[in-house]
Design a protein around this ligand. Structure first.
Ligand code: AMP
Length: 563
């Protein structure tokens, strides 16, 4: 019986199997090898996973969830319709969908898998990942570290020994790992990263540049305009290497403008972000005490490493081009599949992590007065990936006139907004009354290997310290809880597989409808109505034809191919 390898990613997941001819990436029910890690419930209460759910993310945000990998190993629950789910349960639903796709593709039952996890995942998070597998009906005897999987996909384990640098830049984060391979053991040494640097930041910088040129702020755009502008910039970014002179029609506020998205323009705004990405690379090299010439291979993972500017920067740093001939979006799944194949032959690679790191960013909420939203912004204090034990202090000032108290809310997470992170607790300290910004407090977070966070808040003017201990190692499920989680998940039903393509198309149409206006909107509504009527007639040949036609129109409306 085949053991499959799964990359359970924050944005996308993928799975593969090792055969005689090497790795086959398994297509899902829609024919894609990438399944967005998004889960939703539709109006009929049925489960949608992957692309269909992703299309519904904007219009049905209360019934759709994404990026839950960031909550793995915590007790935090998120609402999906009227029910609450843990990250483990949501991951189980993605895994269940991948398992079914693998079974349909291989024509046999699949009961065992190797799943990849970030190297910085702690015991809790690893345990939660295995449990998610179990809830999906998969035995997960082994996990594999994501950088190790990438190294294996490139065949680096076939060498006798070596030092490898793995650079993984996705949509929102950048992770750097150094691996040392010897005697058949892959050791993950230094790891560093930037939790707030990824492909989305390049798009944000493009939007900022357009708006600055027009002398406008984001608050002058409608949500629909901002969404459209984001999508246009995303597409332009992906095409910029091949199409260095793109002419875009943009709608900003009341104006319609033509914008020249040139390679020069992009390079200028990407440079500060690229310089930022150099820092964690240099830090990891320093921590591992390795000069660039001792790195035998540099491997690129994650969609953003497709940017040619990023590749040339890495090339310049190491004096040679990085390994990037494999698809950076599926390279981890490929490695996991190889490890799964080796495992079924009892030849799996030993893969260990040598550093103990803090798996999440821990911080507090602060007010950002420049923001029109006046919301609570997350101020990281201990960054994810920091080697523990660690103690870090940050100073904040009073934000209001005559403030008598400073409240320190403690959050864990990777989002810029505190409301999207996990609240862990709070503590308050009295401060002497005075003008805004006069009094300061030092907030010290100390984190140790047992998952204990100590928060010390010192009032600078008086030297008085208040201390609070926060424990956040959530318990694993006992047998009874596991059984009830299993029951809850088994009650959720997927749509029949053959129905999925139609659902994905309708969800896409609804997303396009929402982001359009006027005539374009009416056309989409008419097309969707016609398609509904074809579906009602239940004639498979007619449905297939109508679906292909509709797909073509939507491709056109979506503008560009999202490659
Ligand atoms: P991931 O989380 O690995 O799926 O990464 C997705 C990120 O990769 C997104 O921010 C994309 O914009 C980015 N990406 C994908 N393809 C390209 C490309 N050809 N050029 C630049 N960025 C890309």
């Amino acid at each position: 019986m085949a053991v499959i390898g799964i990359d359970l990613g924050t944005t996308n997941s993928a799975c593969g199997v090792l055969g005689e001819e090497g790795v086959t990436l398994i297509p899902n029910r829609l024919g894609d090898v990438l399944t967005p890690s998004v889960v939703g419930l539709d109006s009929a209460g049925k489960l949608v996973v992957g692309r269909t759910a992703k299309e519904r993310l904007i219009n049905h945000s209360d019934r759709t969830v994404a990026a839950f990998k960031r909550l793995m190993g915590t007790d935090h629950k998120v609402a999906l319709g009227r029910q609450m789910f843990s990250a483990t349960e949501l991951s189980a639903l993605v895994l269940r969908s991948l398992k079914e796709d693998a079974e349909a593709h291989l024509g046999e039952t699949v009961t065992e898998a190797v799943i990849s996890v970030p190297a910085y995942f702690n015991d809790n998070q690893r345990h939660a990942t295995k449990l998610a597998g179990e809830l999906a009906g998969l035995k997960v005897e082994r996990l594999i570290n994501e950088p190790t999987a990438a190294a294996i996909a490139y065949g680096l384990h076939d060498k006798r020994e070596g030092n490898f640098l793995i650079l993984d830049m996705g949509g929102g984060t950048f992770d750097v790992s150094i691996l040392e391979f010897f005697d058949g053991i892959m050791e993950v040494h230094a790891s560093a990263g930037d939790n707030f640097l990824g492909g989305e930041d390049f798009v944000e910088a493009m939007i900022d540049s357009v708006l600055k040129e027009q002398g406008m702020g984001r608050d002058q755009l409608s949500p629909r305009q901002l969404q459209n502008l984001t999508m246009q910039m995303e597409t332009a970014k992906r095409r910029i290497s091949q199409h260095p002179e793109q002419r875009l029609q943009l709608e900003v506020g009341k104006q319609k403008i033509e914008w020249a998205a040139t390679a020069e323009w992009f390079e200028k705004l990407a440079t500060p972000l690229l310089l930022r990405s150099k820092r964690p690379i240099e830090r990891a090299m320093r921590d591992a005490d390795l000069p660039p010439q001792k790195i035998d291979e540099v491997v690129l993972v994650g969609g953003s490493t497709r940017m040619s500017l990023f590749r040339s920067m890495v090339g310049r740093m190491f004096g040679r081009l990085p390994s990037c001939h494999l698809d950076p979006d599926t390279v981890v799944a490929m490695g996991a599949a190889i490890q799964a194949g080796l495992k079924s032959r009892s030849a799996a690679l030993e893969d260990i992590v040598l550093t103990d790191v803090c798996p999440y960013t821990l911080g507090t909420g602060v007010i950002n007065e420049d923001s029109p939203e006046q919301g609570e912004y997350f101020m990281p204090i201990i960054e994810r990936n920091t080697v523990v034990p660690v103690s870090v202090v940050r100073r904040v000032w009073t934000a209001h006139e005559n403030q008598t108290e400073v409240r320190v809310d403690v959050y864990q997470g990777e989002n810029r907004l505190v409301k999207k992170n996990v609240y862990l607790g709070e503590t308050s300290v009295p401060v002497p009354k005075g003008p805004k910004g006069e009094e300061a407090v030092d907030i010290r977070y100390s984190y140790d290997m047992n998952g204990l966070l100590e928060v010390d808040v010192t009032v600078v003017s008086s030297g008085k310290t208040h201390n609070k201990l926060i424990e956040f190692s959530p318990g694993a499920l006992n047998e009874e809880e596991k059984a009830s989680a299993l029951q809850k998940l088994s009650k959720l039903k997927f749509h029949p597989r053959e129905d999925e393509e139609n659902r994905a198309l309708i969800a896409r149409g609804e997303r396009l409808y929402e982001s359009s206006l006027g005539e374009r909107r009416e056309t989409i509504a008419r097309l969707l109505g016609n398609f509904d009527r074809v579906l009602e007639r239940q004639n498979p040949a007619e449905i297939k034809k109508a679906r292909a036609r509709l797909q073509e129109v939507f491709d056109e409306l979506d503008g560009e191919d999202w490659i």
